[in-house]
Design a protein around this ligand. Structure first.
Ligand SMILES: *Cc1c(COP(=O)(O)O)cnc(C)c1O
Length: 398
């Protein structure tokens, strides 16, 4: 097995420079007064509790694998409804460790979406397996399951579905397909903490689920962090062992693992935030409903569609499609008006330099990359801010 150690990775930052989130814009654009995500406001509101949580860690002077991590694991497992939750360094590590725990490596193929953050595919390459892409559904932006089925080969071992922008994938259909074809399902729920598919939390339906606590995610730490959940005790044990240098017992290392622990300070901060996640996600849904009312009659703008009964979207992003071919001009016009927006993702994964030599093409994913635009959203975004944004969108689309 290839020895693995990940450091200095790129991140999927929704807010650009997170030390200056109040002025984040698409790269190279002038300063905006409306950010994509107002983290400064959240921090200001939570600061007293967060400072207290940090202080209690300092008072304990236990910084790694102490009580905070243990309790965060219990509390997230309880909230999500899984037997096991393992706190990790990042969502990317969660994906890598999930693949290794499932025994996936060289010679195996893993199918994922080309319309996602690079990490979903990177993790597959990282463990020496082959990322295989399938086409996406242009209404949900998620993997198209017919295309996925068509991409299966005898070497396909697993699937990594991504609940993109917090919209759950059709897990019932995917799990049915997976059980018919003997596939392991590792959910990339990095953007979907708290989302629900068929009444169950996204990330808890496949064999394993992976979440990110990157600061801009719906449940974000104030630094890097991630979580792996599963109901399978053997997978949980392997993942926990990989987290700490491949050892169950200190200094008796059984295999090559990682140093991928979440630290106590981040765990303590996440424990302050976890009790709010249901309300925050509900607030995001309300903000999305408000956008829908404000934008629905603008010709050439395609809005996120409704989810089926039993599903709950968490609007990590509110992402529209600009159908008149003028997406970049629209984004520039918004920036001029002081409104941040961002393109997730300007290049589909199969067209990134790292995989471009494969010469793959997925027309729908490529088209989405040309048409999507994510608008400012956060739980407490005010109606008048949304009205202001909608007014400029209407003017610019006119
Ligand atoms: C953020 C993200 C990741 C990676 O999470 P990190 O914690 O930044 O490593 C993986 N997949 C998707 C879809 C993401 O948005």
């Amino acid at each position: 097995m290839e020895p693995l150690r990940i450091g200095g990775q790129q991140t999927d930052s929704a807010v650009g420079n997170l030390t200056d989130s109040g002025t984040a814009t698409a790269a190279g654009k002038p300063q905006s007064s409306i950010p994509l995500l107002d983290l400064k406001r959240e921090v200001a509101e939570l600061k007293p509790q967060v400072m207290q949580a940090i202080e209690s860690v300092l008072d304990e002077a236990a910084f790694i694998m102490g009580n905070q991590v243990k309790q965060l694991e219990q509390e997230t497992a309880e909230y999500l409804g899984t037997k096991h939750a393992i706190a990790l360094n990042s969502g990317t590590d969660a994906l890598v460790i999930a693949l290794l725990a499932a025994g996936i490596g060289p010679g195996d193929e893993v199918i994922t979406t080309p319309f996602t953050f690079f990490a979903s595919a990177e993790a597959i390459s990282r463990v020496g397996a082959e990322p295989v892409f399938a086409e996406v559904d242009p209404l949900t932006y998620n993997l198209d399951l017919d295309s996925l089925e068509a991409a299966l080969t005898p070497r396909t071992k697993a699937v990594i579905p991504v609940h993109l922008f917090g919209r759950p994938l059709d897990m019932e259909r995917l799990m049915d397909l997976a059980s018919r074809r003997g596939l392991i399902v590792i959910e990339d729920a990095a953007q979907a903490f708290g989302a629900e598919a068929g009444g169950r939390k996204a990330g808890t339906i496949g064999e394993m689920g992976c979440y990110s606590f990157f600061p801009s995610k719906n449940l974000g730490a104030y630094g890097d962090g991630g979580l792996l959940v599963t109901n399978d005790s053997r997978l949980a044990e392997t993942a926990a062992m990989l987290r700490t240098h491949g050892s169950k017992r200190k200094y008796y290392n059984e295999r090559v693992g990682f140093n991928s622990r979440l630290d106590e300070i981040q765990a303590a901060i996440l424990r302050v935030k976890l009790p709010h996640i249901e309300a925050w996600n509900e607030d995001r849904r309300q903000a999305a409903a408000r956008y829908h009312e404000l934008l629905r009659d603008i010709p050439g703008l395609m809005l996120p569609g409704e989810v089926p009964d039993g599903d709950k979207q968490v609007f990590h992003q509110y992402t529209v499609r600009v159908l008149n071919g003028q997406r970049d001009a629209l984004q520039a016009g918004l920036a001029e008006a002081g409104i941040s927006s961002i393109v997730y993702y300007p290049l589909p994964v199969h067209r990134l330099p790292v995989y471009a030599d494969r010469g793959l093409t997925f027309p729908l994913a490529e088209r989405l990359s040309q048409e999507v635009l994510s608008l400012p959203i956060w739980p407490q975004i005010e109606a008048d801010v949304q009205e202001h944004i909608a007014g400029h969108l209407r003017r610019l689309m006119g």
